[in-house]
Design a protein around this ligand. Structure first.
Ligand code: MBD
Ligand code: FE
Length: 305
């Protein structure tokens, strides 16, 4: 089909000529159809290839991997970059901790603790990890009573809830900052995540000649009244995939130093019987401003309790 024929056909399908209904949906469906028809023309897509693509999407839904593919195709990161641009254009104060993608493995309803928590409820012989830090505004003023939600994978790279061998909320907690805006937790060092090897996301990545690995990381959602909510992650320095993340989530400012401790007196001070690691990471939040798109995205999330 010629370009003008494609445009006329798409316009009939999407109802752009008819009475209003949802003009935004019409306009987007129209564009998507023109783009699909154009791809079919330019690449001479065979009907067999098209129906196999539909089967792929069916399987993607059946496997609950749409969110995973969105991360792997960089679409979730793309939205981060756009929000950064919108914030800059709106004059949001500088100095806030960089955002990065939420990913598909958040679960709402984790146990709440004041000031400090222990995240590892299940046995795991991973390295003991202590993380602490302070939540402040962008001038360094502490934010007491801020909410720090944290979640991460175990040493197999798996997340509780999605991995039914783990107990509920293993490696997931909500910590309220103390009077000085501080939070701290004990956990175990996570391993990097790998896409399910037999799943549809990895299947497409294979066809692109890409791996489906993420560097070891810890997710956070930080919020305080009057400030912009922050969704971010820290990466574990030294990971082979640190700057080769299949989800494109590693950003400057999100790779804190990891200190390993083996000194017997340090073990005694922490009341542990084996070597451990420490990470300090502070969060700075800009003030909330009316008229700027929200940072916390309204999207389907698992919620327990
Ligand atoms: C993860 O743990 C993750 O953080 C993302 C973005 C995608 C898949 C698994
Ligand atoms: Fe993750």
């Amino acid at each position: 089909m010629q370009k003008t024929e494609i445009q006329e056909f798409a316009a009939r399908i999407s109802g752009t000529q008819s009475k209003a209904a949802d003009t935004r949906v019409k306009a987007i469906v129209d564009r998507v159809l023109v783009d699909i028809f154009t791809v079919i023309e330019e690449f001479d897509v065979k009907p067999e290839e098209f129906w196999s693509a539909l089967s792929y999407l069916t399987e993607l839904g059946r496997s609950n991997e749409y969110g995973l593919l969105a991360a792997g195709l960089g679409i979730e990161h793309f939205f981060d970059v756009r929000l950064d641009e919108k914030e800059a254009a709106a004059g949001i104060e500088a100095g806030g901790t960089p955002r990065t993608i939420e990913g598909p493995l958040y679960v709402g309803g984790a146990p709440v603790a004041i000031g400090e928590a222990r995240l590892d409820t299940d046995p795991d012989d991973g390295e003991i990890l202590f993380v602490d830090g302070q939540v402040t505004d962008t001038t360094g003023r502490p934010l007491a009573g801020a909410t720090v939600e944290v979640w991460h994978a175990n040493t197999k790279g798996n997340y509780s809830f999605f991995d039914k061998t783990q107990s509920a909320f293993n490696l997931r907690r909500t910590i309220k900052t103390d009077a000085e805006g501080r939070y701290r937790f004990r956990s175990i060092m996570p391993s990097g995540y790998g896409c399910p090897p037999a799943g549809p996301t990895q299947q497409l990545l294979d066809r692109l000649g890409r791996h489906g690995q993420r560097p070891a990381h810890i997710h956070f959602m930080v919020s305080a009244d009057g400030y912009r909510q922050l969704t971010t992650q820290i990466n574990i320095d030294g990971d082979a995939y640190l700057h080769d993340d299949f989800a494109f989530a590693t950003r400057d400012g999100l790779v804190p130093a990891v200190t390993h401790h083996t000194d017997p007196s340090a073990l005694k001070d922490r009341s542990v019987d084996r070597p451990f690691a420490t990470i300090t990471f502070d969060f700075a939040l800009p003030h909330a401003v009316a008229g700027v798109p929200a940072t916390l995205i309204d999207r389907p999330r698992a919620q327990v309790g």
